[in-house]
Write a protein that binds this ligand. Structure first.
Ligand code: NAP
Ligand code: GDD
Length: 327
């Protein structure tokens, strides 16, 4: 039985990856940080099948203890301050978690479990002001947010540990991926949740920022398989994971409201509060290397993703006595 350590197991991707690895027969260890409230809602159905251990990307000794105790075969570093907008309000904290946290974990692996294979959750946000269309592994980076800058550090330190210490360290450059488990602050889930709230008569508006931004949106459930496949390769490398399609926020809005038979123009209001100091206008990735080396292709198309998220939120809101706070 192989052992996998997942940091960020309570997040969107951590929950799907844990499910996937359990299905493959893994012993799954999840790193969780201390919190005054329960943050395991996304993995509540898995709690009998995984082991949670305390630790924090800010705390070196906690990471070394976990690596020494469990000596995992594979380490998936999904933990991060992952919301781009927040990275302008908390740039130093974002750097501590999302950038230097990667070095702390790599050091813990190198010293305490040197044979473990390492996956770093890199991001298309590193391409930022894109230097080529579509983006591939060799496209030059130009991050546009403190988050993107921090992820770029995490990417390069992963490459550096691979080259310096011959570690099996891989950077997965994942484009936006969504699901019904997406945090409510990200634009796709914000839209699907508000569509459901409007449909059930609990609110009558959705305030958004830039409707022209374009993203390459896939389904998180498809993308965690790519993470696993990367660590099964004999030779570590970096991989773009994307759908090779781009859609605007406006298109997401149109499809989501249409799914609930609503006219979006009646409800969507523009609000400068949601505009960013520097925007990423266009992302579209070409996952040709992943297809060739990993045999990976996305399974869920854009419309199916939108419908899946709206349908899930319609059910959720219908069953919710106390709706979530609006982001
Ligand atoms: P998410 O839902 O925001 O989850 C983030 C996870 O990180 C949570 O489990 C969180 O724990 C944990 N975490 C944050 N700070 C931590 C710390 N100091 N120590 C330990 N754990 C900490 O993010 P996601 O969408 O699943 O994304 C997973 C990873 O992929 C992130 O690194 C993200 O930046 C990256 N990524 C995401 C996408 C995407 O489109 N989803 C695309 C490219 C890259 P709590 O529950 O305690 O807050
Ligand atoms: N969140 C949010 N809220 N975004 C809005 C809104 C709004 O009200 N209105 C317009 N947008 C636009 C943003 O300006 C951005 O261009 C786009 O919608 C997507 O925003 P997010 O859903 O917040 O995602 P992101 O692309 O900034 O970042 C996500 O993807 C990255 C990969 O490219 C996150 O998951 C990152 O962690 C990830 O690395």
């Amino acid at each position: 039985m192989k052992t996998a350590l997942i940091t960020g197991i309570t997040g969107q991707d951590g929950s799907y990856l844990a499910e996937f690895l359990i299905g493959k027969g893994y012993r799954v260890i999840g790193l969780t940080r201390r919190s005054s409230t329960t943050v395991t809602s996304r993995i509540s159905h898995l709690l009998e099948k995984i082991e949670l251990v305390p630790g924090d990307l800010l705390d070196q000794s906690s990471l070394m203890d976990v690596l020494s105790s469990y000596n995992p075969d594979e380490v998936y570093n999904l933990a991060a301050q992952s919301f781009v907008q927040t990275s302008w309000n908390q740039p130093v904290l974002t750097a501590e978690f999302t950038a230097v946290g990667v070095t702390r974990l790599l050091e813990a692996v190198r010293r305490c479990a040197p044979k473990a294979r390492f996956y770093q959750a890199s991001s298309s946000e590193m391409f930022g002001k894109v230097q080529a269309v579509p983006q591939i592994e060799s496209t030059p980076f130009y991050p546009r947010s403190p988050y993107g800058v921090a992820k770029l550090y995490g990417h390069w330190i992963t490459v550096n540990y691979r080259e310096s210490f011959n570690m099996h360290a891989t950077s997965g450059i994942l484009f936006n991926h969504e699901s019904p488990r997406r945090g409510l602050e990200f634009v796709t889930r914000k839209i699907s949740y508000h569509v459901a709230m409007i449909k059930h008569g609990r609110t009558n508006e959705l305030r958004l920022g830039n409707l022209d931004a374009r993203r390459d949106w896939g389904f998180a459930g498809d993308y965690v398989e790519a993470m696993y496949l990367m660590l099964q390769q004999d030779r570590p490398d970096d991989y773009v994971i994307a759908t090779n399609e781009t859609h605007s926020v406006r298109e997401f809005v149109e499809l989501a409201f249409a799914r609930a038979d609503l006219d979006w123009q009646k409800y969507v209001k523009l609000d400068d509060k949601f505009n960013r100091p520097a925007e990423v206008d266009l992302l579209i990735g070409d996952p040709a290397r992943a297809k060739k080396d990993l045999g990976w292709v996305p399974k869920t198309d854009f419309k199916s993703l939108v419908n899946m998220m709206v349908d899930a939120d319609l059910n959720l809101v219908a069953s919710e006595p106390h709706p979530h706070a609006h982001p």
